[in-house]
Design a protein around this ligand. Structure first.
Ligand code: ZN
Length: 382
């Protein structure tokens, strides 16, 4: 536990704000030197954008063993406002360690490092060949190209919660709608069509569509939290119209965020959403432009043998049944699933304020994820 707290404090105290690539080099070098001090092998590779990624392995790779990638990231989202303390001065209180990145995702790095260190200490032959891959630029989507170069027999992403073994994630489709009216002086509103009022009709339609979607479009897979069966979701996330306080705006833009289930084809979802919006607009004589982008597909690991093997290890560790489910959000698994099965587990428990103010991690969860890594490396049969 002491080692976990020391490493986590050191990593959290380095501000690695993703949008600025802040301290990326220092962070990569710190991870490398800590890994080496624990007796592990570590190397830094730079991608074409100049972002360093760290790959940590056992000093001697077990012969003929299957390659398993444990994936974590060192960059963090900006601290933002309303913290009760300095986000980069970590401290422990009531078995929680506070600070930006304490859960997302420096907990994953520490669990991986200490898990592999304990494998060395165990002096037993591992059943798999583990690679702890710690990437930068995850939160900004800049790690995608590097992730595309990874190969292996299984990926274990240490960047979700410990409530369930996660075997997939939702996808994203976004719609960008522009509603047109006529711009005019607000002193004479009789003479023009207010784009905000036109947009409200579309927003009302989208709200009803969102309710229908969550009720009717359901995956056969459970969600990792909140839902017995993962549903598709649709929300209006932005609305914007502004010229001046005394001008009726001539246009209003709306952004719609549609989360897809793994069974949905995102191109079909995008096309259908576009035509539904256009049909509603035509029927109500609303002038619109609609652009819909299929951004990332939902996915699920289909190899049930692998899922069961990982689940067995986790259940023997926890001495209880572990639910299996699909994430409500997206994860980096989408960039790996075409080449290998992917499972996800980590210390980002619900309620730990990941991406919010006063982020923390339960130290017991970091220990759990560390034990999970160690046990997989020593016992997993693929
Ligand atoms: Zn993360």
């Amino acid at each position: 536990m002491e080692l976990i707290v020391d490493l986590l404090k050191e990593f959290v105290s380095i501000d690695t704000t993703a949008t600025e690539h802040k301290n990326f080099d220092l962070m990569a070098k710190t991870i490398k030197s800590r890994a080496e001090a624990l007796g592990l092998k570590a190397e830094i590779t730079y991608d074409p954008k100049g972002i360093p990624h760290v790959i940590i392995t056992l000093p001697e790779a077990p012969k003929d063993a299957k390659k398993v990638i444990f994936l974590a990231h060192y960059d963090v989202v900006p601290a933002g406002e309303n913290w009760d303390h300095d986000p980069f001065k970590p401290f422990v209180e009531m078995n929680r360690l506070y600070g930006r990145g304490s859960a997302d995702d420096k907990s994953g790095i520490v669990a991986g490092l200490v898990g592999l260190y304990e494998v060395l200490e165990a002096e037993k032959e591992p059943t798999i060949n583990p690679l702890l891959v710690v990437v930068g630029g995850e939160e900004t989507g800049e790690a995608v190209e590097f992730l595309g170069t990874l190969t292996g027999d299984l990926a274990v992403i240490l960047d979700t919660g410990p409530e369930a073994l996660s075997i997939g994630a939702s996808g994203i489709v976004r719609a960008y709608i522009t509603v047109y009216g006529d711009q005019c002086h607000s002193a004479a509103p009789m003479s023009c069509k207010n784009a905000i009022y036109e947009a409200m009709k579309i927003v009302g339609f989208l709200k009803r569509l969102g309710k229908r979607t969550i009720k009717r479009v359901k995956s056969k897979f459970p969600a990792t939290r909140d839902f017995k069966k993962l549903p598709a979701r649709l929300s209006v996330t932005q609305i914007e119209a502004k010229v001046a306080e005394n001008v009726i705006p001539g246009s209003c833009s709306i952004i719609v965020d549609r989360r897809t289930i793994p069974e949905e084809d995102i191109k079909n979802v995008a096309e259908k959403l576009r035509s539904e919006i256009i049909r509603f607009a035509r029927r109500h004589k609303i002038d619109v432009d609609v652009e819909v982008k299929p951004l990332a597909p939902g996915w699920v690991t289909k190899n049930t043998n692998v899922i069961e093997a990982v689940r067995d290890v986790l259940e023997s560790l926890l001495a209880k049944e572990v639910p299996v489910g699909v994430e409500l959000g997206t994860t980096d698994g989408v960039w790996l699933i075409d080449r290998m099965p992917v499972v996800q587990f980590g210390a980002l428990r619900k309620g730990t304020n990941v991406h919010g103010a006063n982020e923390f991690v339960y130290l017991d969860d970091v220990v759990l994820v560390k034990d999970f890594v160690r046990k997989l490396v020593l016992e997993l049969e693929l």
